[in-house]
Design a protein around this ligand. Structure first.
Ligand SMILES: [Zn+2]
Length: 499
């Protein structure tokens, strides 16, 4: 084992898994419990937390240990912590990828120190990173306070998305878990020097399973916008990956957001599609629910395929055109002050300029996109699809895809909350949003023994709210205290401007 790997493993062991337990037991008295297994908020309850887990939830007084810390829960709401099952913790939001400039590196360092605190600030106590290496996730989990952190191993195909962003010569050098797709062999052969037997679905999944991964992530993407010539995996390959993943107890999570791409995912019976369907291809201009989209969503429901709507992906980019974006009073809570100041500079507009061109007339673009039924409206289609799927009885899954692109319009934690706001605007009831944010992800990821409800035996990752989240989605931003493995953390101490 190389020494760098050893350090990485130690970091994971020490901080990712929380080997220690919180020091003092905690007794929360007379609190209203809001938890997805309850039909409605409970009457006053007493909740005892010890050794990082919930030991008792009772209507009656609990005989507490002498050294217990008592918390008055009267007038407050106790919920499970939020599980965001689609994040990318290695991206310093808004910064260019190749920043060798020491000033930018310092901003990235400040971002990475704040990032897990920003998730906690919005009540996110578990995250699933969908596409990073163990070493990249270890940095996140090495911060003193951080959500419980899980990851998938990424398995793109040769020359496929997202490798397609990297220059061809070096594209496969940094990742050992790419898969050779025989159906694309002519145009996308195995890179020279690579051994075919090491890049079969079975061999790649086996290597991913040897890490701490919970899942395998694949990508069905033939291009964004007018592009449609990127190679995609065959249904046969997807099926082989799924079979190999299940053999190792892993799930297959798949990127796909256009109807033709998602059809391949459905055909292959993947476990979770990690994007909503917002690109209806030739049906993009249809109003209401076109029959073909309805049929598509019914197949997702019938096959019990998990579905993350990721409604914030497109607004996260187009928000860059909003002149008041950086005046949002939440930004100083989740963005370090020096980074927020940099977002206001000309060099920070690099991604906006890449997407919209350097001389963009923001107001005109926004109006034009609305009129042309383009980017803004496509999120509206995602909302329509989500609502339809909910009405079919689908258990929804919360995943924000933060950040979905190098846009400072996405921010850790804040976008998890904004995703929930958009779900609410889509017409999803608050009880279904509560379930999506807690038990549904825990169940789908087979972690419901530890997470998802306020019940005896579960890990004490909980939120104490000042408002009822079954009365308003805004309650999820009215967090008083975050409870992480039984440790009480006052919300305001997690803010970026409190340091
Ligand atoms: Zn993503």
């Amino acid at each position: 084992m190389k020494s760098r790997d050893l350090v990485g493993s130690l970091l994971l062991m020490l901080s990712g898994v929380h080997a220690w337990a919180a020091a003092e037991p905690v007794l929360i008295e007379n609190v209203t419990v809001v938890s997805p297994e309850l039909a409605q908020p409970s009457g006053p309850r007493n909740v005892l937390i010890r050794e990082g887990r919930i030991e008792a939830v009772s209507e009656k007084p609990i005989a507490a240990p002498a050294a217990v810390r008592r918390v008055n829960g009267a007038g407050r709401y106790l919920t499970p912590g939020i599980f965001d099952a689609h994040v990318h913790v290695s991206d310093a939001v808004g910064l260019p990828f190749d920043g060798n400039d020491p000033a930018l590196k310092e901003l990235a360092t400040q971002f990475f120190a704040q990032q897990p605190r920003s998730y906690l600030y919005f009540g996110v106590t578990q995250v699933l990173d969908l596409a990073n290496q163990p070493s990249q996730v270890a940095l996140f989990a090495a911060q003193p306070k951080h959500p419980d952190t899980f990851r998938c191993g990424a398995a793109p195909i040769v020359d496929g998305y997202p490798l397609v962003w990297i220059p061809k010569e070096t594209r496969h050098a940094g990742l050992s878990t790419y898969i050779f797709e025989p159906a694309n062999a002519r145009e996308h052969p195995l890179p020279s020097g690579a051994v075919a037997a090491e890049h079969t679905p079975e061999a790649v999944v086996e290597r991913i399973a040897a890490t701490d991964a919970r899942c395998v992530k694949m990508f069905i993407e033939d291009g964004f916008g007018d592009q449609n010539d990127w190679p995609t995996p065959s249904v046969e390959t997807l099926r082989r990956v799924r079979a190999a993943a299940h053999k190792h107890g892993l799930l297959l999570m798949v990127h796909a957001n256009a109807i033709d791409m998602q059809r391949m995912a459905i055909e292959a019976d993947v476990d979770v599609i990690v994007h909503g369907i917002w690109n209806w291809n030739e049906l993009n201009d249809e109003q209401g629910m076109p029959a073909a989209v309805a049929e598509h969503l019914r197949r997702i429901r019938a096959k019990d395929i998990g579905y993350q709507a990721t409604l914030r992906v497109l607004p996260g980019v187009s928000d860059l055109l909003r002149p008041d974006l950086l005046d949002d009073p939440v930004y100083p809570k989740v963005v370090p002050p020096a980074l927020l100041a940099w977002y206001r500079t000309e060099p920070a507009q690099w991604f906006k300029n890449t997407v919209y061109g350097p001389k963009v007339d923001a107001a005109a673009v926004v109006a034009g996109e609305r009129a042309a039924n383009a980017r803004w409206e496509t999120s509206e289609k995602g909302m329509r699809a989500l609502r339809y799927l909910y009405e079919l009885g689908q258990p929804l899954l919360l995943g924000s895809d933060t950040p979905s692109a190098p846009t400072y319009g996405n921010q850790p934690g804040y976008d998890t909350f904004r995703e929930m706001q958009l779900m609410s605007q889509s017409g999803i009831p608050l009880s279904a949003i509560l379930a999506a944010a807690t038990i549904n992800n825990a169940r789908r990821l087979k972690m419901d023994k530890d997470y998802g409800t306020v019940e005896r035996g579960k890990i004490a990752n909980l939120l104490l709210l000042d408002a009822n989240p079954l009365a308003s989605v805004e309650a999820w931003a009215r967090i008083d205290t975050v409870i992480l493995r039984g440790e009480l953390i006052e919300r305001k101490t997690l803010a970026a401007d409190s340091r």
